[in-house]
Design a protein around this ligand. Structure first.
Ligand code: FPP
Length: 243
């Protein structure tokens, strides 16, 4: 049976989060510049979005630019920004055609006006789409997210609007408010780290690591991750017998 046929369509995750890693190494192995790796990574983004939409997965969050990525050489940062603008420009009609909504999480205020405008236009244009939601994590880190939630709660608490904080209240202040937590996190390129990605939200996620570098990731690789997810027993701290 093929990987897609083997999937139980009624037990797919509602939210998949991806750390797209290994673009630089993929390019270096081929004697090319890092940016060439990122450019080829866009094709993997396209295939993954397509696969998730076809399977009617609700949310796909992609770690496209971390808070720490600002420290990369200026040339690479600029190249990534150009790539992002180019991809958004090119893909917006396809997103609309396929009923895909775009959202972003992160400290996007740090981006240039050009990037912010493109991003916000695409978010606004696709806001009525009801199929897959693609969430771009941009200038994002899990610690940034938790801190901005704490600060927002502190402000409201000072105004007397919040008395006590429980999990539900806290989650309403995270950048992912209103989204289900990811049940599956995929990381490519053979690294076994969370790298400051969705630290709160991944509490119960199944973690899937593959040696494949991001530009080589495709639909089949995505199905492999989903097959892995379905092979896991999710216990949420309970015993097997309780489930
Ligand atoms: C990690 O590889 C990848 C990134 C920091 C950026 C990911 C960006 C893209 C795939 C292209 C643009 C995205 C969209 C959504 C259009 P790395 O550079 O850390 O690779 P390395 O670990 O091998 O150096």
């Amino acid at each position: 049976m093929s990987l897609i046929e083997n999937l139980n369509k009624s037990n797919l995750p509602t939210h998949v989060a991806v750390i797209m890693d290994g673009n630089g190494r993929w390019a270096k192995k081929r004697g090319k510049m890092r940016l060439w790796g990122h450019r080829n990574g866009v094709e993997a983004v396209r295939s993954t979005i397509e696969a998730a939409a076809e399977l009617q997965i609700g949310y796909l969050t992609l770690y496209a630019f971390s808070s720490e990525n600002w420290d990369r050489p200026q040339e690479e940062v600029m190249g990534l920004m150009d790539l992002l603008v180019e991809a958004i420009e090119k893909e917006t009609p396809k997103l609309l055609k396929n009923n895909i909504r775009l959202q972003a999480i992160g400290d996007t205020e740090r981006f240039s006006e050009k990037v912010k405008n493109k991003l916000n236009n695409c978010i606004a244009e696709t806001s009525q789409c009801t199929g897959l939601t693609v969430v771009l994590a941009l200038s994002y880190s899990g610690q940034w997210d938790i801190l901005q939630a704490v600060n927002s709660i502190a402000r409201l608490s000072k105004q007397g609007e919040i008395e006590e904080v429980d999990r539900e209240v806290f989650e309403q202040h995270l950048s992912t408010a209103g989204m289900p937590s990811p049940e599956l996190m995929i990381r490519t390129s053979g690294e076994y780290r969370l790298s400051n990605f969705l630290l709160w939200q991944l509490a119960y996620a199944e973690l899937y690591f593959t040696d494949v570098n991001w530009p080589d990731f495709n639909k089949e690789e995505f199905y492999k991750a989903l097959n892995y997810y379905q092979s896991r027993e999710r216990r949420f701290g309970k015993t097997s017998e309780q489930i």
